[in-house]
Design a protein around this ligand. Structure first.
Ligand code: FDA
Length: 386
């Protein structure tokens, strides 16, 4: 073993740490990943038939207001000027999201001014005034009023959670943004875009250095291969970005996650939806949303097949063992369990737990990169200097 640091997980946390460690200390890195590709959940590949770039683990849009992160990622890739916008189909009609004045006026067949729309929503949201929302339904009505909540939020949320919102805690939704103008840019960040030549090219450039070795299809818990937990921990510094409960053999119990399944559809058309993301807010469509990948990259028009298009429908459900863990469920019980695992993690010699799985948190890409840059500065760099 001639690595100075072993990194478990070739997602954005692991790749950022590897890149920083080599650049700042010249140390030798060994990255392993149980999957057969780098990039973690942000990995994408080119679909041969249509020319679309498929985001294998769900749509990934890069956005940030963090200058340090924006400058950092621009060292490895240029970004397109893609601006994310989402639409939703409700009762056979298409509306813009997030809910904005366009959505409101279309829904009520009106031409309200911003002030009139605000007054209307306030009045409708007052239906349950003076009561404490007992469940997600009451919470939604109190935030935006019953008509908009029932049209755009209720059934979508029921599909996401596979549970009727009247049985879900109010705390799942803290706020439901409504814009009283026609702005339907999804993100409010300073910078936004998609990597010009794809996510995987970006990630390959981050670790293009002879001091970084990558072993794919390699499970940290498989003791028959050399880079495994029992052989390494305590002997070499390790950055672990897999599930924290798995590291401790689930000894305190399992943390709960939601997962997403994708069903692929192909159409003999150039363009099926006319946009990259179409939500379905009614209960008669079983999936939450559909992604038409070609439409993320209109600048690649010449490289795309205009006779065929590929669409992935997304089905959300609770994850069980063996499923890809996507979104932490984060009940009070989960948070308390994670606190106990965090204590155990703190007692592990020379192991840094990071990333979304290692810290049981939902992170966007810019957030995970930022947390890796900080972890390198505060923990990993000093460890390598010892
Ligand atoms: P990530 O999960 O990417 O990497 C961890 C790696 O560890 C994986 O490759 C895994 O295989 C590996 N691993 C686990 N156990 C192992 C073991 N035992 N041995 C070896 N390797 C092991 N963000 C954003 O900014 N914009 C967006 O639009 C989206 N969209 C989005 C959609 C969906 C459906 C999800 C679930 C997530 C997003 N994200 C996002 C979030 C984004 O995916 C996230 O920020 C990064 O993937 C986090 O990177 P990590 O390195 O933390 O984890």
């Amino acid at each position: 073993m001639d690595a100075d640091l072993v990194i478990v997980g070739a997602g954005l946390f692991g790749l950022t740490v590897a890149q920083q460690a080599v650049e700042k200390t010249g140390a030798r890195m060994q990255i392993i990943d149980v999957r057969d590709h780098i990039g973690g959940n942000a990995y994408s590949y080119k679909d041969k038939e249509t020319g679309a770039e498929i985001h294998k683990y769900g749509a990934h849009l890069f956005h940030t207001s963090n200058k340090r992160v924006w400058d950092y990622v621009n060292r490895f890739t240029e970004f397109t000027d893609y601006n994310h916008r989402v639409y939703t189909t409700h009762k056979g009609e298409v509306f813009p999201l997030p809910i904005n004045l366009g959505t409101i006026n279309q829904f009520f067949h009106a031409h309200y001014t911003p002030a009139q729309a605000k007054a209307l929503i306030q009045e409708q949201a007052g239906e349950l005034a003076g009561t404490d929302p007992e469940n997600l339904n009451d919470q939604g009505i109190s935030l935006i009023g019953r008509p908009l909540y029932e049209a755009f939020i209720k059934n979508y949320t029921a599909k996401q959670w596979q549970t009727d919102p009247s049985e879900l805690p109010a705390s799942i939704i803290k706020r439901l943004p409504v814009r009283f103008n026609y702005d339907n840019h999804y993100f409010k960040d300073t910078w936004e875009g998609l990597p010009k030549d794809g996510y995987t090219a970006w990630f390959e450039r981050m670790i293009d250095d002879p001091r970084i070795s990558v072993s794919l299809s390699t499970d940290f818990f498989d003791s028959s291969q050399p880079f495994n937990r029992d052989a390494l921990v305590g002997k070499v510094p390790v950055v672990y970005t897999g599930p924290v409960d798995r590291y401790f053999d689930y000894q305190l119990g399992e943390l709960k996650w939601r997962t997403v399944e994708f069903k692929e559809q192909r159409y003999d058309e150039d363009d099926h939806f006319g946009c990259p993301v179409m939500n379905f807010s009614d209960s008669d469509v079983p999936y939450t949303r559909a992604i038409e990948f070609k439409n993320f990259n209109p600048e690649r028009y010449e490289e795309q097949n205009h006779e065929r298009t590929v669409v992935w429908e997304e089905y959300s459900r609770f994850a069980s063992k063996g499923d890809e863990p996507y979104y932490p469920i984060n009940t009070a019980e989960d948070r308390s369990l994670y606190t106990q695992y965090k204590e155990l993690a703190g007692q592990q010699p020379q192991v840094v737990f990071g990333g979304r799985l290692g810290t049981y948190a939902y992170y966007d890409m810019h957030q995970v990169i930022n947390s890796a840059l900080m972890a390198f500065e505060k923990q990993i760099g000093p460890m390598l200097a010892q």
